[in-house]
Design a protein around this ligand. Structure first.
Ligand code: ATP
Ligand code: MG
Ligand code: MG
Length: 369
């Protein structure tokens, strides 16, 4: 999607990805096959780029820091990626900057974990510090008796774990924040994200929350991103609690699933905005050009061919709905729960779009999903 936006602005994107037939390779100006976690490969790749950016935080950050010292332009800065790729470090950073977040602590053994459980209560959220995405890296213990099995599921203490106090949220919200190279900051409208088994499933824009909550969410997101360095778009995931508090969940230093709706619903998509930001063009207008949007992720329902069939049927159904756009990522392998594409509906109100989404799903027997 970054490549699609780049072609409209005559920006040439070279992609580094280990897979020969990665989705971006068909759209990129050039594709270097190699690991973004391998120092020599990243160095060779960087020599070919005017500016280096990453759409995953799980990269070899020590190499990025070395390259920055050699004068390579990396946006956002390696220091930002270093903070974000370790979720525990991220929490330490944001709490030092006065950003509200669930209480958290590092755990190194079962004794410490039990103490955390006594302090924070249950359910207790246990998280891996690194290499987390789509909830892989999180485990919930409902009681002290479940602690050791939850820790086993995560692969044990050796990988680096920490715990978070359970956030009793009534909604999850997200804000995409863009920062230009001149340090100008713009926020996209606050959206609601709905997760299924820890995976983002549906995004509703704008979020149906009072004006005060929208303002608070924007303020927290703005403050969080102001504490990081470098240009680009950032996603700030938030919890809204029953008593009207906003707590930060985590930040992604890149375009994000909660901003996919912006392709159709905003004057400047998050992908165009990210490119504008990192190459030093002026930021575009982040406001919505349609009153409402719903983004529905096409998650793999099944392995292989049967999974493809279900997704393609749903796309065909969606295209009968006014204001629907399908995005298919063309990932070579279909796996259960994998993000394979998404459908965006735009229209006069979130309520109308909810009804349209419901009819899209019911017609294919999706009503329980
Ligand atoms: P992503 O794909 O967004 O990077 P991730 O693997 O980094 O996901 P998190 O964002 O940490 O995972 O958590 C996934 C989901 O789990 C959250 O969106 C939320 O629904 C739930 N969750 C996370 N932390 C807590 C918490 N402290 N209390 C309650 N629920 C939580
Ligand atoms: Mg994450
Ligand atoms: Mg998350």
């Amino acid at each position: 999607m970054l490549c699609q936006a780049a072609s409209k602005m005559a920006i040439k994107v070279i992609v580094l990805d280990p897979s020969e037939n990665c989705p971006a390779s068909a759209l990129a100006y050039d594709h270097m096959v190699g690991s973004f976690d391998d120092s020599a490969t990243v160095e060779e790749f960087a020599k070919r780029c005017g500016v280096l950016t990453a759409e995953t935080e799980h990269v070899d950050v020590a190499t990025l820091e070395k390259l920055e010292q050699q004068g390579i332009d990396c946006e956002p800065k390696a220091s930002t990626i270093r903070i974000i790729q370790d979720k525990y470090l991220q929490k330490v950073h944001f709490s030092r900057h006065g950003i509200p977040l669930p209480e958290f602590m590092e755990i190194n053994n079962l004794e410490e974990t039990k103490r955390a459980g006594e302090l924070y209560g249950y359910p207790l959220m246990i998280k891996g510090k690194r290499l987390a995405y789509d909830g892989r890296g999180n485990a919930v213990a409902k009681s002290e008796g479940e602690l050791s099995s939850a820790i086993d599921v995560l692969g044990g203490f050796g990988r680096g774990l920490y715990v978070e106090k359970w956030a009793p949220f009534i909604k999850e919200l997200a804000v995409i924040v863009a920062r230009g190279r001149d340090n100008s900051i713009l926020c996209y409208p606050v959206v609601e994200t709905i997760h299924k088994e820890n995976i983002c499933h549906i995004v509703k824009a704008p979020a149906d929350v009072p004006w005060r909550i929208r303002k608070l969410a924007n303020d927290v997101a703005y403050k969080a991103i102001s504490s990081l360095e470098g240009a680009g778009v950032f996603a700030v995931e938030l919890f809204l609690t029953r008593d009207g508090q906003i707590l930060l969940n985590e930040v992604a230093p890149r375009p994000h699933n909660s901003g996919h709706h912006t392709i159709e619903s905003c004057y400047t998509s998050q992908f165009e905005q990210h490119l504008r930001a990192v190459v030093g063009l002026p930021l575009g207008d982040p406001s919505m050009k349609t009153p409402a949007a719903i983004m529905y992720n096409l998650l793999g329902e099944d392995e292989g061919e049967p999974g493809f069939k279900v997704a393609h049927q749903l796309i065909a159904r969606a295209l009968e709905i006014p204001g629907a756009t399908a995005h298919w990522y063309d990932k070579p392998e279909m796996r259960r729960q994998r993000k394979m594409g998404h459908i965006t509906l735009v229209g006069p109100s979130v309520g109308v779009l909810e009804a349209r989404q419901k009819s899209m799903l019911r017609e294919e027997g999706y009503e329980n999903r």
